[in-house]
Design a protein around this ligand. Structure first.
Ligand code: GLA
Length: 375
């Protein structure tokens, strides 16, 4: 067992969670997303231990495990797989460069809340090991190997948005990321009189990871059918809505709805960014509501608790945009709220939510901050 009090760190890493303003379930469809890193973080402290094994302690789970470096295999415990997966994929890129180390992980990032504690953990351990052993991994290598770890060791076929935001995040900026080319633009996060408030439903339905992979398959099914007639489209986000509508009578209704959502959401993201750049925050906020509508009715990744919180804001003139955020089936809503009224929203939502579901929500007020870094 590692002793937190006496642990002498050689490298200390802070790895943030992320929010996403708009462009949900778009990353694995090759379109545009608008995430940012936030000030809720995981802290990882690492030191070499001159052995061939690694001992990792998580203060959140109050448990530790030890893994031998030449036996990096999946475990039964999910959080351990994020770490083992990253070590495995570093070893693929840079064989036999990692030596034994100890690591203590502390976090103020709520788990399962859609703020991507998973990407924060993956990228945090990747950066920590990189810096401890001077491996010379590039940002893009850290981003991609962290995503690969989630695919192969955890089993969620996630896109690249979360890892990208966690690594490339910049204080006070949103990242407009083209998920096909990985080109990106930093956009000043200026919401005028409005601020971001996250309302965490504190539910995480078990469908979250299984349905995520189902959605990916459904998108592939739609794309394969479209490619029979239009072989040049490589991603659903490239298909214009007009062409998509040709497939309404051909595709099963559910598959058509998924594909329609994807093209609409990608367009919406581009339009929302235009509004933001023109300083039209009200218009920007209205796209968040439209995005939620699509996620609820066409992509079907929302849930009663999220819908309740979004609906509650519709009559409030001090909230200009609200939607579910992240993979769905629980986690947070993201709200654009007048800066003087954030507490009013939190009080109202907390009381109504508890009355309806007998669950306490937690409000998270975040600021946009830098990506993963060594302190
Ligand atoms: C999860 C995944 C991301 C992305 C979002 C939905 O957070 O990890 O890659 O697909 O869901 O936008």
């Amino acid at each position: 067992m590692l002793n937190i009090e006496t642990f002498k760190s050689e490298v200390v890493i802070e790895s943030p969670g992320r929010i996403n303003l708009i462009g949900e379930h778009i990353d694995y469809n090759g379109g545009f997303v608008l995430p940012a890193a936030v000030d809720k973080k995981i802290r990882l402290r690492l030191r070499k231990n001159n052995s061939s094994s690694c001992t990792i302690y998580s203060s959140n789970f109050k448990s530790s495990f030890t893994i031998v470096l030449d036996d990096l295999v999946r475990k039964e415990v999910e959080w351990q797989n994020y770490i083992i997966g990253v070590l495995f994929h570093i070893n693929v890129l840079k064989p036999n460069t990692i030596e034994g180390f100890d690591c203590i992980i502390e976090s103020n990032l709520p788990l399962g809340s859609g703020i991507s504690s998973s990407a924060a953990l993956e990228c945090g351990i990747a950066k920590g090991v990189n810096d401890l052993f001077n491996l010379g991994l590039s940002d893009i290598e850290i981003i991609k190997l962290s995503r690969d770890a989630e695919h192969t060791f955890v089993g969620t076929k996630c896109g690249i948005m979360d890892q990208f935001a966690v690594v490339k995040g910049k204080k006070e900026h949103l990242i407009l990321l083209n998920c096909e080319t990985l080109d990106y633009e930093l956009i000043k996060a200026d919401f005028r009189d409005y601020k971001i408030v996250l309302l965490n439903t504190n539910v995480s339905h078990s469908l979250a990871s299984s349905e995520y992979n189902v959605r990916r398959d459904e998108c592939d099914t739609a794309l394969t059918a479209i490619q029979k007639k239009y072989p040049n489209f490589q991603f659903l986000t490239e298909v214009p809505v007009k062409i998509m509508k040709e497939f309404k009578a051909i595709l099963p209704e559910k598959i058509y709805n998924r594909a329609l959502y994807v093209t609409q959401e990608n367009k919406r993201t581009i339009k929302a960014v235009k509004s933001l750049k023109k300083n039209n925050i009200e218009k920007f906020g209205s796209y968040l509501y439209k995005s939620h509508y699509g996620l609820q009715h066409l992509y079907e990744v929302s849930c009663t608790e999220l819908d309740f919180l979004v609906n509650l804001t519709r009559d409030l003139d001090y909230v200009i945009g609200s939607r579910m955020m992240g993979g769905g089936f629980g986690g947070c809503t993201i709200n654009l709220v007048h800066k003087d009224k954030a507490e009013d929203l939190i009080t109202l939502a907390s009381a109504s939510y508890e009355e309806k579901f007998n669950i306490q929500l937690s409000a998270i007020q975040t600021t946009i901050s830098d990506g993963v870094k060594q302190l």
